[in-house]
Design a protein around this ligand. Structure first.
Ligand code: NAD
Ligand code: DAU
Length: 379
C-alpha cells in the first residue's frame, strides 16, 4: 500500500472520530492528520484508543482560518482530504445561522482554496489527489409523507432492518434530486456542496461529494435525538418530542457510514456524487418507543415504563417531514450496503451509552446545562 498523507477535518466529532479510528487502524502506512477546532461538539476523549498511534497527528485549527489551513496542508504534504468539520445541529442553526455560514461555507471554501494552491505547486499537480466532502441528505429538502402508517419498502430485500421494512412515501432522494434546503444548516451545507463541485468544474480539482442520512451510534453529542433521549431516560428527565412525533428519518449505523467513506475515498469516481443511506425509515415516535424499551430493559425497568417521560413540545421551525435515501447507486457501483440490522445497531448503541456514563457525564456538565435549558426548557 502506498504512503499517503490524509487530512481528516472534524475528526474529534461524532462521525469524524469513527472515520479517523478506521483509517488509523486500517492503514498503518498512511499519516492521518486530524484537524479540528474543538468546538462544543469536538471531544478528544472520542479518540483515546488511538491517540498514541505513530501514524496519527492531531492539530487544533479553525477551517475558516485560510492562512493556518494553507500552512497545515503544505507542511504535512497533504494529498487527500476527507472533510467532515461542520456545525451540524439544525436547532442551533435556527438560533445562530451566521456561525453555520462561517464554518460550513467559508470554512469549506478556505479548505478548497488551500488544497488547490498547494497541489498546483507540485509537479504532478492534481494527479493522485482527492478532496472528499461529506454532506447530508437534508440538502434535498423534504419528501411527502403519503403513507403515514407505512407501506412495504421497495428496498425490503436489501434493508438493514430485519422486521421493519417500511417506507412512509413513494418518493426517495436520488443523486439527481434537485437541491431544496429549508434550514440554515442545510442551506449552508448545500452552499458548501456547490463550492466543492465548482472547484472541480472550474479548476479541475478532483472532488467527490456524498450525501448521507441520519447516523446513530457511539460518541454522538447528546443534543441529537438518540443520545439525548437515552441520557434523559437514565436521569428520568422529560423526552421532548417535537410536534406530533410523525417526522420520518432514515437511520444508518455510524460505522457503516465510515466504511462507505473509506470505500468511496479509495474507489469513488472523481466529480461524482453518492447517496449513503440505511434503507431504514422510522417515524420519530416509533423510534423513540424502541429506544425507551431498550433502555428500560437494560436498566432492569419494566419495558416501556419510561413512556410516561414523553412530552410533546413546540415543533422545530421549518421541520422537514420525511427524509428517505435511495443509495442503490453506491450498492450497484461499489458494492456497499449497510452491514448491521437496525435492532442490533440500537442495542449496541444503547449499551454503549449506558456503559460509558463517564463520557456522557463529562460532556453534559458545565456549558451543556445552559444549552439544554435554553433549547428544551425555554422553548
Ligand atoms: P459533529 O457536530 O459531531 O462534529 C463536528 C466536528 O467539527 C467537531 O469535532 C467540531 O469541533 C468540528 N468543527 C466545527 N467547526 C469547526 C471549524 N470551524 N474548524 C474545525 N473544526 C470544526 O458532527 P457530525 O454529526 O459528526 O457530522 C460530521 C459531518 O457529517 C458534518 O459535515 C455533517 O454535516 C455531516 N453529516 C452528519 C450526519 C449525522 O447524522 N450526524 C449525517 C449526514 C452528514
Ligand atoms: O439527515 C442527516 C442529518 O441528520 C445531519 O445532516 C445532521 O447533521 C444531523 O443532526 C441529523 O439531523 P436531524 O435534525 O434529522 O437530527 P436530530 O437528531 O436533531 O433530530 C432527529 C429527529 O428527531 C428530527 O425529526 C427532530 C426530532 N427531535 C430531535 C430532538 C433533538 C425531537 O423530536 N426531539 C428532540 O429533542
Amino acid at each position: 500500500m502506498s504512503k499517503r498523507n490524509i487530512l481528516i477535518t472534524g475528526g474529534a466529532g461524532f462521525i469524524g472520530s469513527h472515520v479517523v479510528r478506521l483509517f488509523v487502524n486500517k492503514y498503518p502506512d498512511y499519516n492521518i492528520v486530524n484537524l479540528d477546532k474543538l468546538t462544543y461538539a469536538g471531544n478528544l476523549a472520542n479518540l483515546k484508543d488511538i491517540e498514541n498511534c505513530p501514524n496519527y497527528t492531531f492539530v487544533r485549527a479553525d477551517i475558516a482560518d485560510l492562512d493556518t489551513i494553507r500552512a497545515i496542508v503544505s507542511s504535512h504534504k497533504i494529498d487527500g482530504i476527507i472533510h467532515l468539520a461542520a456545525e451540524s445541529h439544525v436547532d442551533r442553526s435556527i438560533k445562530d445561522p451566521f456561525t453555520f455560514a462561517r464554518t460550513n461555507v467559508m470554512g469549506t471554501l478556505a479548505l478548497l482554496q488551500a488544497a488547490k494552491e498547494y497541489w498546483e505547486t507540485l509537479p504532478e499537480k492534481f494527479g493522485g489527489k482527492m478532496f472528499y466532502h461529506i454532506s447530508t441528505d437534508e440538502v434535498y429538502g423534504a419528501l411527502e409523507l403519503t403513507h403515514p402508517e407505512g407501506l412495504e419498502s421497495p428496498f425490503a430485500t436489501t434493508a438493514s432492518s430485519s422486521d421493519h421494512h417500511l417506507a412512509f412515501g413513494t418518493e426517495f432522494f436520488l443523486e439527481t434530486t434537485k437541491y431544496n434546503p429549508h434550514s440554515p444548516y442545510s442551506a449552508s451545507k448545500a452552499s458548501s456542496d456547490h463550492f466543492v463541485r465548482a472547484y472541480h468544474d472550474t479548476y479541475g480539482m478532483p472532488t467527490i461529494v456524498t450525501n448521507c442520512s441520519n447516523n446513530y451510534g457511539p460518541y454522538q453529542f447528546p443534543e441529537k435525538l438518540i443520545p439525548l433521549f437515552i441520557n434523559n431516560i437514565r436521569h428520568r428527565k422529560p423526552l421532548p418530542v417535537y410536534g406530533k412525533g410523525e417526522n420520518v428519518r432514515d437511520w444508518l449505523f455510524v460505522e457503516d457510514h465510515a466504511r462507505a467513506i473509506d470505500l468511496i475515498f479509495h474507489k469513488g469516481k472523481i466529480a461524482d456524487t453518492y447517496n449513503i443511506g440505511g434503507f431504514n425509515e422510522w417515524k420519530n415516535i416509533d423510534l423513540i418507543k424502541v429506544i425507551i424499551k431498550t433502555v428500560d430493559r437494560l436498566l432492569g425497568n419494566p419495558e416501556g415504563s419510561s413512556e410516561n417521560l414523553i412530552t410533546y413540545v413546540t415543533d422545530r421551525a421549518g421541520h422537514d417531514l420525511r427524509y428517505a435515501i435511495d443509495s442503490r447507486k453506491l450498492q450497484r457501483e461499489l458494492g456497499w450496503e449497510p452491514s448491521l440490522q437496525f435492532e442490533e445497531g440500537i442495542e449496541r448503541t444503547v449499551r454503549w451509552y449506558l456503559d460509558n456514563q463517564e463520557w456522557m457525564d463529562n460532556i453534559t456538565s458545565g456549558e451543556y446545562e445552559k444549552y439544554y435549558d435554553d433549547m428544551y426548557l425555554n422553548r
